[in-house]
Ligand binder design. Structure first.
Ligand code: 5GP
Length: 300
């Protein structure tokens, strides 16, 4: 038993080391913005980031080496052995201010793309609306969720979802790699991989998260600046018809999904806006108008 534990522990340590090496590469290549990584590290939620040593973090900045990192830390009186998650509040403030100066942008944060959460009951047509939007707008992209649900016919791994097994999903949760996650329809787990969303945002894209109400609530508490849109059916009978006319689910699955739909409808007032999907193109345009309005508000 003991040796099994030790084995699991060493495997975890290897996974953490690999994730940190990848994180450093992502900072160096510009895929992850240093200020986002710093903020995530000091929040201590993500095990990979909070355990990153400050000197390694600084050496990952493009064009930075030992000398620059050493000078930065000496001037602040911070030991290179500190981890991001180990910085005290005063040190965090000084570090952040100096990093912002080094990165050369007022707050240190590049204009990142907006996050738009789109929720609504199953079969309401969220997917169709989002496809129309993404096809017509190069600056809007969908986040690709991870799920433990098996692929349906025609679904492509990495495009429709990242299809993963329970073990991999557990690992993503444990390593803090998901921005939010939930068990949907009481059955399979679904989650939003943080790295993918951050890469899209850093490229200035508006990112749509098509997720359930439980996930939307988590995003609301983590990213209050996001825009929250609820897609509603013209009426509930119409929704039941749409659901039962799809032959992608079994009867049992359909009734489970309908039960979730009732719960989801009850949450619609928690959203910034409700868009009724009567005609897809019109609903898509309303969503785009809301996104444009929201971006404007964020700039003011
Ligand atoms: P489906 O199995 O039909 O592809 O998706 C079922 C539901 O899972 C969707 O209606 C959507 O609300 C939810 N979902 C998909 N991806 C995510 C995710 O990343 N996080 C959460 N919380 N829900 C998701």
């Amino acid at each position: 038993m003991k040796s099994f534990d030790a084995h699991a522990q060493s495997q975890r340590a290897v996974a953490l080391r690999q994730a940190r090496a990848q994180l450093k590469k992502d900072i160096k290549s510009g895929k992850r913005h240093p200020m986002d990584v710093f903020d995530q590290g000091v929040e201590r939620e993500n095990q990979v980031v909070k355990g990153l040593r400050v000197d390694w973090f600084l050496r990952s900045l493009p064009g930075w080496g030992d000398t620059k990192a050493h000078r930065f830390l000496t001037e602040l009186g911070i030991s290179p052995r500190h981890t991001l998650g180990g910085l005290r509040v005063r040190q965090q403030v000084l570090f952040r201010r100096k990093l912002a100066g080094v990165l050369g942008t007022g707050s240190g944060r590049r204009a990142a793309g907006t996050i738009v959460v789109i929720a609504g009951p199953t079969a309401v047509g969220k997917g169709t609306i989002n496809r129309v939007i993404v096809e017509q707008h190069d600056d809007i992209e969908m986040s690709v969720s991870a799920t433990t649900r098996p692929p349906r016919q025609g679904e492509i791994d990495g495009v429709d979802y990242h299809f993963v097994d329970d073990e991999r999903f557990d690992q993503m949760v444990e390593l803090g790699q998901l921005l939010e996650w939930a068990t949907v329809h009481g059955q399979h787990r679904y989650g939003t991989p943080q790295a993918g969303v951050e890469a899209q945002r850093n490229a200035g894209k508006t990112v749509i998260l098509e997720i359930d109400v439980q996930g939307a609530r988590q995003i609301r508490s983590r990213l209050p600046d996001a825009l929250f849109i609820f897609i509603a059916p013209p009426n509930f009978d119409e929704l039941a018809n749409r659901l039962t006319s799809r032959d992608t689910e079994t009867r049992e699955e359909q009734s489970r999904r309908l039960a979730t739909a009732v719960q989801e409808m009850a949450a619609k007032d928690e959203f910034d806006a409700v868009v009724v999907n009567d005609v897809v193109e019109k609903a898509a345009q309303k969503v785009v108008d809301l996104i444009v309005g929201h971006r404007k508000k964020l700039r003011e």
